[in-house]
Design a protein around this ligand. Structure first.
Ligand code: HEC
Length: 110
């Protein structure tokens, strides 16, 4: 039993510590992978900041049309995460906001 509790504690510490290395991208990593290499959401590595910014604005504005089977249900969740990180602004990327930093993190993964 003690061993089991130890494993549970170890695993929870691992998860609690995980978002720190990814900075604000930690909120996106669950769907896009810890290094933006893709998971349930597509790979984001390899695109420049202008492309990612354009897509983020489409997603926050609600005009993004799903290109993947899971997209239809996940886009609204992603839009909410993006807006929260972007100080609830859907019209532009707020410089220095969590979303801005998350996009910088993705670009730095090249
Ligand atoms: C709930 C899961 C989820 C979360 C959280 C999430 N995304 Fe996504 N994201 C997706 C899915 C799914 C798609 C693809 C949607 C489609 O077209 O079907 C996507 C697409 C994208 C795209 C467009 C890629 C392209 O080539 O068109 C960008 C950029 C993006 N996400 C950035 C982010 C960022 C930055 C965050 C964190 C603020 C984030 N996402 C959080 C699931 C998520």
């Amino acid at each position: 039993m003690k061993k089991v509790l130890g494993i549970i504690l170890g695993v929870s510490l691992l998860f609690a510590a995980a978002p720190a290395y990814a900075g604000d991208f930690g909120q996106c990593a669950g769907c896009h992978g810890p290094s933006a290499g893709g998971a349930s959401g597509p790979k984001l590595v390899g695109f420049d900041k202008a492309y990612l910014t354009g897509k983020a604005l489409e997603i926050m504005a609600g005009t993004r049309v799903a290109t993947t089977p899971t997209g239809k249900s996940l886009i609204p969740v992603m839009a909410g995460t993006m807006k929260r990180l972007n100080n609830n602004n859907a019209a532009e990327i707020v410089a220095g906001s969590g979303l801005d930093k998350a996009l910088d993190f993705v670009v730095a993964q090249h």
